[in-house]
Design a protein around this ligand. Structure first.
Ligand SMILES: C[S@@+](CC[C@H](N)C(=O)[O-])C[C@H]1O[C@@H](n2cnc3c(N)ncnc32)[C@H](O)[C@@H]1O
Length: 511
């Protein structure tokens, strides 16, 4: 990090990194460090798209996105020790600035180092929040200072022309940032993006373009409300979390831990050497699948001699020989008294470490829980609009990262992601590190945040972290005092130091 700060003018290295990768794949297409485009065409051979017409999303300004990606950063990251916590010991960061600049600066130091990215960008709802969620007039000199709300509609007024650029402007904002973010992910890494129906269709297309559609993992549906908004006949009670891998072949995700309820189902009444088991279906799942005639045969119950056939239109899961072996190994269950239909003993030792996630997440906290958490920490329910519930992000952290990984959120807002990392570390004895990026977007004078003394959104996030860290540190000290009769809070902490270093982006363009 020290290296990053000492450079006065930070040049984007992105094109060099990409070129190097291309050169590794197609060395023949490079002469004296330059790309020979014709040779690259020949090398690609049949896989080259010759047709003029192919599937692509075009919008006004797309061509400038690459200019945005490659243009150098003129600025420095200035350390702010006074705003930080445990400066010397922590490996967590809070970067204050436009994430486009910060992501460019991070290219050198963090290329392929991040295991998991979670972002919750503005959804482009056209509404007024404590942050800008309106992209009709973007880009402008300082979009974060926009404050021309129509008080009656709670929407920003827009001219026809600017309204037509609504999606284009949002895409122009997102595209370069996602492009730069991809370079930071490890090969086994994953990105989660919260989004709703305003832009999900466009986001999917640009993610397919930037990350490659083959790296699409799933589109999670998060149930965020228990009832629909009452001003709608059909009201959305959900939003999405898009999941993309850096490289689907090497992606590492972690299954859900079995709950004690699920574990209770596994028992070992016959003292089987393979350990606890539960009775499962011996029938193959042929619904919508293929009926296999050779798997239709009778199984003889060795206790009664009774013949059991697959139920109507179905077949067994295994062939006759395999089932015979299972019977010999006492891996088929014929009911409590040994006289029933055959079932398969599913051993806990054979099943995956955990269970699979479904794409429908209706078992995690609803959206309003995020606001309640803010009230608990900062004493005000409406200081930040739509903060995500901590437990939702903890679920994502458990799914996408392990104990020592680095997690990045470059639309940090009130820093729910960092809060979730700290909480999970505490619960699991983990040492995940976080990097938060948040622009010092001004809060408007009539907002609760402003009235409570927060002049920028970044100030809300930093203060939340300070309070969360203090609370956890106090709780640890109290616990240790009770358990060990310590007078002072014990150090060092077993799972790393809770803290964060603040760096602010300082524009040096005119220096
Ligand atoms: C939807 S909020 C994120 C909320 C967050 N997940 C939470 O739980 O608090 C989006 C955030 O992105 C920030 N943001 C928008 N554009 C940004 C940019 N260019 N650089 C950094 N932050 C930005 C906004 O200020 C806002 O705080």
């Amino acid at each position: 990090m020290a290296r990053m700060v000492s450079k006065l003018i930070l040049k984007s290295k992105i094109s060099d990194i990409q070129k190097e990768k291309l050169q590794t794949l197609f060395p023949e297409a490079f002469t004296e460090g330059k790309i020979d485009w014709n040779q690259l065409r020949y090398s690609l051979g049949d896989s080259l798209e010759d047709e003029d017409e192919h599937f692509k999303l075009l919008w006004k300004g797309k061509d400038k996105c690459f200019h945005s990606i490659h243009s150098p950063v003129n600025g420095v990251l200035k350390p702010e020790k006074k705003e930080s916590v445990e400066w010397r010991k922590t490996e967590n960061y809070f970067f204050e600035g436009d994430n486009l600049d910060i992501l460019k600066i991070m290219q050198e130091e963090y290329a392929e180092k991040i295991k998991m990215i979670y972002i919750d960008p503005p959804y482009n709802t056209g509404k007024k929040f404590v942050y800008n969620d309106y992209f009709s007039d973007y880009p402008q000199k300082n979009p974060w200072k926009t404050n021309r709300l129509d008080k009656e509609t709670n929407y920003f007024p827009s001219s026809n022309e600017s309204a037509s650029r609504y999606h284009s402007n949002w895409l122009n904002m997102m595209y370069p940032r996602l492009f730069l973010a991809r370079n930071l992910l490890r090969d086994d890494g994953v990105i989660f993006i919260s989004i709703d129906d305003h832009e999900v269709h466009n986001l999917r297309v640009i993610m397919d373009e930037i990350f490659d559609g083959r790296n699409f993992v799933e589109q999670i549906i998060w149930k965020k409300r228990s009832s629909p908004p009452n001003d709608k006949v059909i009201g959305a009670a959900h939003e999405y979390i898009l999941v993309y891998a850096k490289n689907i072949r090497n992606l590492k995700l972690y299954p859900k831990e079995r709950t004690s309820e699920q574990l209770k189902r596994y028992k070992n009444p016959d003292n089987h050497p393979k350990g606890p088991w539960t009775a499962g279906d011996l029938m193959a799942n042929v619904k919508g699948g293929r009926y296999v005639k050779s798997l239709y045969f009778p199984i003889t119950n060795p206790n009664t001699g009774e013949l059991h056939y697959p139920s109507s239109n179905g077949n067994w899961r295994y062939n006759q020989e395999h089932i015979q072996k299972l019977i010999e190994n006492n891996e088929i269950y014929f009911g409590k008294n040994g006289e029933g239909r055959p079932k398969l003993k599913r051993f806990l030792s054979d099943v995956k470490e955990g269970t699979s996630h479904t794409t429908i997440w209706d078992n995690v906290p609803l959206s309003h829980c995020g606001s309640k958490e803010m009230q608990k920490i900062l004493g005000n329910l409406t200081i930040f609009d739509n903060p995500k519930p901590c437990r939702l992000i903890i679920e994502l952290l458990k799914l996408g990262s392990s104990k020592n990984d680095i997690i990045l959120d470059f639309f940090a807002g009130s820093c729910t992601t960092a809060h979730a990392v700290i909480t999970l570390n505490e619960e699991e004895g983990g040492n995940r590190k976080f990097i938060m990026v948040q622009i010092p977007e001004l809060t408007s004078e009539d907002s609760e945040a402003f009235k409570c003394g927060y002049k920028t959104v970044a100030e809300i996030g930093k203060e939340r972290l300070r309070r969360v860290i203090k609370q956890i540190t106090d709780e640890r000290a109290e616990k240790n005092q009770k358990e060990n009769n310590f007078i002072d809070s014990p150090e060092p902490f077993p799972n790393g130091y809770n803290g964060f270093k603040v760096y602010k982006f300082l524009n040096t363009e005119n220096c």
